[in-house]
Design a protein around this ligand. Structure first.
Ligand code: SF4
Length: 163
Protein backbone atom coordinates (compact mmCIF):
# COMPACT_ATOMS: atom_id res chain seq x y z
CA UNK A 1 0.00 0.00 0.00
CA UNK A 2 1.20 3.52 -0.78
CA UNK A 3 2.03 5.71 2.20
CA UNK A 4 2.65 9.44 2.37
CA UNK A 5 6.39 8.82 1.95
CA UNK A 6 6.09 6.46 -1.02
CA UNK A 7 6.91 8.37 -4.21
CA UNK A 8 4.16 8.34 -6.80
CA UNK A 9 4.96 5.93 -9.65
CA UNK A 10 6.20 7.57 -12.82
CA UNK A 11 4.26 7.19 -16.06
CA UNK A 12 6.10 5.26 -18.76
CA UNK A 13 7.12 8.03 -21.21
CA UNK A 14 7.17 5.67 -24.19
CA UNK A 15 3.38 5.62 -24.45
CA UNK A 16 2.05 9.06 -23.48
CA UNK A 17 -1.57 9.56 -22.56
CA UNK A 18 -3.34 10.75 -25.75
CA UNK A 19 -4.22 14.40 -26.07
CA UNK A 20 -7.80 15.46 -26.68
CA UNK A 21 -9.88 18.60 -26.35
CA UNK A 22 -12.96 16.45 -25.76
CA UNK A 23 -14.44 16.58 -22.29
CA UNK A 24 -13.82 13.09 -20.90
CA UNK A 25 -16.49 11.28 -18.92
CA UNK A 26 -13.86 9.91 -16.51
CA UNK A 27 -12.84 13.47 -15.62
CA UNK A 28 -16.34 14.89 -15.26
CA UNK A 29 -17.69 11.88 -13.36
CA UNK A 30 -14.72 10.01 -11.83
CA UNK A 31 -16.93 8.23 -9.27
CA UNK A 32 -18.47 6.23 -12.11
CA UNK A 33 -15.05 4.74 -12.96
CA UNK A 34 -14.08 3.61 -9.47
CA UNK A 35 -13.56 -0.13 -9.43
CA UNK A 36 -11.67 -2.44 -7.09
CA UNK A 37 -10.81 -5.94 -8.17
CA UNK A 38 -13.74 -8.25 -7.46
CA UNK A 39 -16.18 -5.37 -7.03
CA UNK A 40 -19.02 -6.77 -9.07
CA UNK A 41 -21.03 -8.25 -6.25
CA UNK A 42 -24.00 -5.89 -6.12
CA UNK A 43 -26.34 -5.05 -8.96
CA UNK A 44 -25.67 -1.37 -8.28
CA UNK A 45 -21.93 -1.89 -8.87
CA UNK A 46 -22.49 -3.95 -11.96
CA UNK A 47 -24.79 -1.29 -13.43
CA UNK A 48 -22.33 1.49 -12.62
CA UNK A 49 -19.42 -0.40 -14.17
CA UNK A 50 -21.49 -1.06 -17.27
CA UNK A 51 -22.24 2.68 -17.50
CA UNK A 52 -18.51 3.45 -17.22
CA UNK A 53 -17.70 0.87 -19.90
CA UNK A 54 -20.34 2.38 -22.18
CA UNK A 55 -18.88 5.87 -21.68
CA UNK A 56 -15.42 4.54 -22.58
CA UNK A 57 -16.71 2.86 -25.72
CA UNK A 58 -17.84 6.27 -26.99
CA UNK A 59 -14.57 7.98 -26.02
CA UNK A 60 -12.47 9.30 -28.94
CA UNK A 61 -9.18 8.36 -27.25
CA UNK A 62 -10.19 4.92 -25.97
CA UNK A 63 -7.50 3.07 -27.97
CA UNK A 64 -4.71 5.37 -26.74
CA UNK A 65 -6.11 5.32 -23.20
CA UNK A 66 -6.05 1.52 -23.19
CA UNK A 67 -2.42 1.41 -24.37
CA UNK A 68 -1.45 3.93 -21.70
CA UNK A 69 -3.32 2.01 -18.97
CA UNK A 70 -1.68 -1.26 -20.02
CA UNK A 71 1.78 0.33 -20.08
CA UNK A 72 1.30 1.79 -16.60
CA UNK A 73 0.06 -0.98 -14.29
CA UNK A 74 1.26 0.86 -11.18
CA UNK A 75 -0.84 3.90 -12.11
CA UNK A 76 -3.89 1.85 -13.02
CA UNK A 77 -4.14 -0.91 -10.38
CA UNK A 78 -7.86 -0.20 -9.96
CA UNK A 79 -10.61 1.61 -11.78
CA UNK A 80 -12.19 1.33 -15.21
CA UNK A 81 -9.82 2.44 -17.97
CA UNK A 82 -10.86 2.20 -21.61
CA UNK A 83 -13.75 -0.07 -20.62
CA UNK A 84 -11.45 -2.56 -18.86
CA UNK A 85 -11.19 -3.63 -15.23
CA UNK A 86 -7.83 -4.40 -13.58
CA UNK A 87 -8.59 -8.08 -14.23
CA UNK A 88 -9.14 -7.44 -17.96
CA UNK A 89 -5.92 -5.40 -18.13
CA UNK A 90 -3.86 -8.10 -16.41
CA UNK A 91 -5.08 -10.59 -19.04
CA UNK A 92 -4.28 -8.21 -21.89
CA UNK A 93 -0.77 -7.56 -20.51
CA UNK A 94 -0.12 -11.32 -20.32
CA UNK A 95 -1.18 -11.71 -23.95
CA UNK A 96 1.00 -8.81 -25.07
CA UNK A 97 3.95 -10.30 -23.21
CA UNK A 98 3.43 -13.69 -24.86
CA UNK A 99 3.21 -12.05 -28.27
CA UNK A 100 5.94 -9.39 -28.04
CA UNK A 101 8.14 -10.49 -25.14
CA UNK A 102 8.97 -8.82 -21.84
CA UNK A 103 9.59 -5.43 -23.47
CA UNK A 104 6.19 -5.38 -25.16
CA UNK A 105 5.76 -1.69 -24.22
CA UNK A 106 8.89 -0.86 -26.25
CA UNK A 107 7.61 -2.93 -29.19
CA UNK A 108 4.18 -1.21 -29.13
CA UNK A 109 5.77 2.25 -28.75
CA UNK A 110 8.11 1.59 -31.72
CA UNK A 111 5.16 0.44 -33.85
CA UNK A 112 3.28 3.64 -32.90
CA UNK A 113 6.27 5.78 -33.91
CA UNK A 114 6.58 3.96 -37.26
CA UNK A 115 2.87 4.45 -37.94
CA UNK A 116 3.10 8.17 -37.12
CA UNK A 117 6.12 8.54 -39.47
CA UNK A 118 4.31 6.75 -42.30
CA UNK A 119 1.22 8.94 -41.83
CA UNK A 120 3.38 12.08 -41.99
CA UNK A 121 5.10 10.92 -45.17
CA UNK A 122 1.84 10.00 -46.89
CA UNK A 123 0.66 12.55 -49.52
CA UNK A 124 -2.59 14.31 -48.68
CA UNK A 125 -5.71 12.41 -49.72
CA UNK A 126 -7.24 13.61 -53.01
CA UNK A 127 -10.32 15.80 -52.91
CA UNK A 128 -13.23 13.36 -52.59
CA UNK A 129 -15.34 15.53 -54.98
CA UNK A 130 -14.00 15.04 -58.54
CA UNK A 131 -12.95 18.20 -60.31
CA UNK A 132 -15.49 19.55 -62.78
CA UNK A 133 -14.75 18.49 -66.34
CA UNK A 134 -13.20 21.19 -68.61
CA UNK A 135 -16.10 20.72 -71.02
CA UNK A 136 -18.55 21.73 -68.34
CA UNK A 137 -16.57 24.69 -67.08
CA UNK A 138 -15.31 26.13 -70.37
CA UNK A 139 -18.12 25.50 -72.90
CA UNK A 140 -21.35 24.20 -71.63
CA UNK A 141 -23.67 26.73 -70.06
CA UNK A 142 -26.83 25.39 -68.53
CA UNK A 143 -29.95 26.81 -70.14
CA UNK A 144 -31.74 29.25 -67.87
CA UNK A 145 -33.87 31.67 -69.95
CA UNK A 146 -37.16 30.75 -71.70
CA UNK A 147 -36.84 30.53 -75.49
CA UNK A 148 -38.02 33.52 -77.43
CA UNK A 149 -40.80 32.96 -80.04
CA UNK A 150 -38.14 33.39 -82.77
CA UNK A 151 -35.94 30.65 -81.23
CA UNK A 152 -38.94 28.36 -80.86
CA UNK A 153 -39.81 28.89 -84.54
CA UNK A 154 -36.24 28.17 -85.61
CA UNK A 155 -36.19 24.96 -83.56
CA UNK A 156 -39.45 23.80 -85.15
CA UNK A 157 -37.96 24.40 -88.58
CA UNK A 158 -34.82 22.51 -87.68
CA UNK A 159 -36.80 19.56 -86.44
CA UNK A 160 -39.20 19.69 -89.45
CA UNK A 161 -42.11 20.00 -87.11
CA UNK A 162 -43.59 23.03 -88.74
CA UNK A 163 -47.30 22.56 -89.27
S1 SF4 B 1 -11.51 5.60 -22.54
FE1 SF4 B 1 -10.08 6.34 -20.98
S2 SF4 B 1 -10.03 8.56 -21.28
FE2 SF4 B 1 -11.88 7.80 -22.29
S3 SF4 B 1 -13.51 7.93 -20.78
FE3 SF4 B 1 -12.66 5.87 -20.61
S4 SF4 B 1 -11.09 5.98 -19.04
FE4 SF4 B 1 -11.55 8.09 -19.68
Amino acid sequence: MRTATTPAPEADPRIPFPHTNTVLACRTNPALFVHEHGQTSSKEDRDRIERARTACRGCPIAAGCLKWALANPKLTPTGIWAATTSWDRAGLRRRLQIRHGLDWVGVVAAADRDRARRNQARPPAPDPVPAASPMWTSHYQPWREPLTPGQQQRNRELLHLQA
